[in-house]
Ligand binder design. Structure first.
Ligand code: SF4
Length: 411
């Protein structure tokens, strides 16, 4: 099985963070790296993906090795579906070349020319015509990872370029970077740039990466704090989120909309408060969004500290709402049946969910049989900041109700 990645101080996966906050690698080194079942699950899924690509034309070899991977305690049938999507995508790309491209899986790459001691593993490298392609499989289904402008992918591409340029020379003119995350979307995310632009990017970030590696660096809190190991204990982040005077500037004191009386006596007589303007609400929402995630991080840290036997003055951990359950449902139901109750009263007959059915049938068969019977209603309206890449909510389309999935396939 692919061995879990050994993390460099300044690796590729945390580049988005240390390129924004050069203090983060040194600061978070004092907090232990946590391992999770998800990481182990991801390693197994990667191994199955690698096997599919390596043995796609040799079913016997695949079946033999797959049997052993399927013995793993974390194996789930969904991993086969994901590996197939990953492998199909790579093979489809390979067919687009004039001559069959070279395909290498699990390639160790070194980008230490750009980031001190920087190295990593490319899930798959494909070289053909004038292009070097790198493919990265993501097993997570929480946050969609975009390939566009992604520093992790660019560093892998620089490492792959350093490895293969001595063999292929200047024939490689461009790099393509693809992230395949089948549990979130069947459509991979892709980015492409010329070799010259990639090398120029590497030159630009080199001094920042050196500062991050050498430390102490500069603390710059922001959205990138989300996966920092020091996010709950970081004073810089706390300072930004407790600077309440910043909020004051969002709502200038005494400002009253032009069409309302300015003096308090008239306002009081009319029962008017100084209502917030929509512009002030926009600023407050922007200012407050990091505050909420920071507060949640503090709570998670405090709860774990108390559960581990520590103390957070003024706080304790209690048991949450408890949900009643039979300790043996079969035995409980038998008691009711013996007491004369009809079995039909004990079970609900529920349809399997659409996603589960797709998993059981396989995407192809599912689409073949049911594509024209699927509606994709617009999702619930969700407030996000304007940097979000999704299309604005369309009330008219939502009012239209159950639209056919084919019509709104790209919504
Ligand atoms: S929490 Fe944010 S500001 Fe603090 S070290 Fe980590 S990335 Fe930097």
């Amino acid at each position: 099985m692919a061995s879990p990645e050994i993390h460099a101080k300044c690796g590729a996966s945390n580049a988005y963070r240390y390129l924004a906050c050069t203090a983060s690698p040194t600061f978070e080194a004092q907090f232990p790296a946590s391992t999770s079942i998800y990481a182990e699950e991801g390693t197994l899924a990667h191994s199955i993906c690698e096997l599919f690509v390596k043995t796609h034309s040799d079913a016997d070899a695949m079946a033999e090795e797959l049997r052993s991977l399927q013995q793993h305690k974390l194996y789930q049938p969904e991993m086969l579906t994901c590996a197939k999507i990953y492998c199909d995508w790579i093979m489809e790309k390979a067919l687009g070349y004039t001559n069959p491209p070279a395909i290498m899986t699990e390639q160790q790459v070194d980008f230490s020319d750009v980031v001190p001691e920087g190295f990593g593993t490319c899930d798959c490298v494909m070289i053909g015509d004038d292009a070097l392609n790198i493919f990265d499989y993501k097993h997570g289904k929480g946050v969609r990872v975009d390939a566009v402008g992604n520093p992790q992918m660019r560093l892998y591409a620089l490492g792959a370029l350093a490895k293969y340029r001595p063999l292929y020379g200047d024939t490689i003119k461009k790099v393509r970077m693809t992230i395949i995350q089948p549990r979130i979307s069947a459509d991979p995310s892709e980015d492409e740039m010329s070799v010259d632009d990639l090398l120029a990017w590497g030159d630009r970030i080199h001094p920042i990466a050196v500062e991050a590696f050498n430390g102490p660096g500069t603390f710059v809190p922001g959205e990138h704090c989300k996966f920092c190991r020091g996010k709950a204990k970081c004073r810089a982040r706390a300072n930004v989120n407790t600077a309440l005077e910043d909020f004051a500037s969002c709502v200038p004191m005494g400002r009253v909309p032009a069409d309302e009386p300015k003096d308090n006596a008239s306002r009081m007589a009319m029962g008017l408060q100084k209502a917030l303007t929509d512009s002030e609400i926009g600023q407050l929402l922007t200012r407050g969004q990091f505050l909420v995630s920071w507060y949640d991080d503090l709570k998670a840290y405090a709860q774990q500290t108390i559960l581990d036997g520590g103390e957070i003055p003024g706080w304790k951990v209690v048991a949450g709402r408890s949900v009643r359950a039979f300790h043996d449902t079969d035995a409980a139901f038998q008691t009711l049946i013996k007491a004369g109750y009809d079995e039909a009263m004990l079970y609900d007959r529920k349809p399997v969910s659409l996603s589960e059915l797709e998993k059981r049938l396989g995407k192809k068969k599912f689409a073949e049989l049911l594509a024209d019977q699927i509606d994709r209603p617009m999702g619930k309206p969700t407030l996000v900041d304007e940097s979000d890449t999704r299309e604005p909510y369309n009330s008219a389309a939502a009012d239209f109700g159950g639209v056919n999935a084919n019509v709104y396939a790209n919504v």
